[in-house]
Design a protein around this ligand. Structure first.
Ligand code: AMP
Ligand code: GLY
Length: 427
């Protein structure tokens, strides 16, 4: 089978690594891909937000199956465009991808289906939003409705901050994403990422993880796209997984089907584990980044039949097998990130990192004409290691990183700290 994978981040490199290892995969093509993916697949420079160009590439390469990595092409309707051309794809339609692309859509769906989430109101004008914020106990959470690269969320400790956030969003700071604003109750608890493969009707639990969104050790400092992750999430034992499936995932699938927009693909639930039980923070309609970099090394099953089953409505007939080992990934970012990252610096030592047994998934890297690997983005590499415990995986990942020579890059030194503290306490 000829497979086309869309995307170019660490998540896509991890997916490419699993797909390329599948006996079902005759050729893997990545668009646009990255230098790490180029070792596993043929990379083609195509604008993945240009649906016609993606369809043309799939036709020219006689692609049997397209796997969509990031959210933007999904929200842009690439799966619909491929379906119209008779090409099978993994991922939701544009309508179903609203679970990620519109927070208001998801909040309304949760309210109608009784899915536990923060209480909220949705506003289309600033005055009404501010009046509501004035009467609401702080902290409140102010969110731009649409995709804002994870930056459209403000946790406002005071009413003044809430008003400023409302002005910022309606003032166009997030473009079209800010035309509508959601104000919601602040939920207290620990966060976890939960994944479920979906075929429109059936959902298959597909792993748990926790990520670290803040740039600094101790989860301090500004938000990022994610500085590291580990799997499984120790706060998500099987009983909690069952509860999330029953209270959150299954009602969502049923509601989407009833709306005539069955969800096919991977549903990534950002959860808050509160005293009142698990609540939904947000949905993503794609795999997590950097969570995928810890899920794929733990997945024993062939990924390709599982993704195909989502597209074909056959999930009830497949199963996923996982290792009991833990996996942990540390993101190496370029100095300056999450502000303006310094680009073009040379990275050495990847082979030495890999020689320890660790996996290196590329994100913002580039290959210079002379063959040198350089930094080309904010988050640049993901170093993933496995072990019997999170602590062992953590030790292996940081030992591996010592072999990397990239003075212009940095990483957090404490990825997995909560889980490691709990492991040490229980031993
Ligand atoms: P989102 O883009 O909706 O995932 O929000 C980004 C981050 O903001 C989440 O991962 C949480 O850490 C935080 N957050 C969002 N909504 C809430 C909420 N209602 N209560 C507490 N924290 C929240
Ligand atoms: N790990 C955060 C995300 O993928 O959105």
């Amino acid at each position: 089978m000829r497979i086309l994978l869309l995307g170019s981040g660490g998540r896509e490199h991890a997916l490419a690594w699993k797909i390329a290892a599948s006996p079902l995969c005759d050729e893997l093509i990545c668009a646009p891909g990255n230098p790490g993916m180029a070792d596993l697949a043929r990379c083609v420079a195509v604008d993945i937000l240009d649906n016609a160009a993606v369809v043309a590439l799939a036709r020219a390469e006689k692609i049997d199956f397209v796997v969509v990595g990031p959210d933007n092409p999904l929200a842009n309707g690439v799966v619909d465009a491929l379906a119209a051309a008779g090409i099978k794809a993994f991922g939701p339609t544009k309508a179903a991808a609203q679970l990620e692309s519109s927070k208001g859509f998801t909040k309304d769906l949760c309210a109608a289906a009784g899915i536990p989430t923060a209480r909220y109101r949705r506003f289309h004008d600033a005055a009404a939003a501010k009046a509501y914020a004035a009467t609401h106990p702080v902290p409140v959470v102010v969110k731009a409705d649409g995709l804002a690269l994870g930056k459209g969320v403000v946790i406002a400790p005071t009413e003044r901050d809430a008003v400023a956030a409302v002005d910022l969003m309606f003032g166009g700071a997030f473009g079209d994403s800010g035309h509508s604003v959601v104000i919601e109750e602040f939920m207290c608890g620990e966060e976890a990422s939960f994944f479920a493969l979906c075929d429109g009707e059936t959902a298959l639990p597909f792993g748990t993880a926790q990520d670290h969104k803040r740039v600094g050790d101790g989860d301090e400092g500004p938000n990022t796209g994610g500085m590291g992750a580990y799997s499984p999430a120790d706060v998500m034992p099987p009983m909690m997984v069952d509860l999330v499936m029953k209270r959150i995932i299954q009602p969502t699938l049923a509601a989407m089907k009833a709306k005539g927009m069955p969800f096919k693909g991977v549903l990534y639930a950002g959860l808050m584990l509160t005293d009142e039980g698990p609540k939904l923070v947000e949905y993503n309609a794609r795999f997590g980044d950097p969570e995928t970099q810890v899920l794929m090394p733990r997945l024993k099953s062939d990924l390709v039949p599982l993704l195909l089953a989502c597209a074909d409505g056959q999930l009830a007939h497949v199963d996923a097998q996982w290792t009991d080992d833990a996996a942990l990934t540390v993101v190496m970012a370029a100095n300056g990130y999450p502000g303006v990252p310094h680009k073009g610096t040379v990275i050495d030592g990847i082979a030495a990192v890999e020689a320890t047994g660790a996996l290196v998934f590329h994100a913002g890297t580039a290959r210079r004409a002379d063959g040198a690997l350089t930094a080309a983005g904010g988050r640049v590499l993901n170093v993933t290691a496995t072990g019997k415990t999170i602590q062992a995986a953590q030790a292996a990942a940081y030992a591996a990183i010592k072999n990397l020579h990239w003075p212009e890059g940095f990483c957090r030194t404490d990825i997995g700290w909560r889980a490691v503290a709990r492991e040490t306490k229980h031993r």
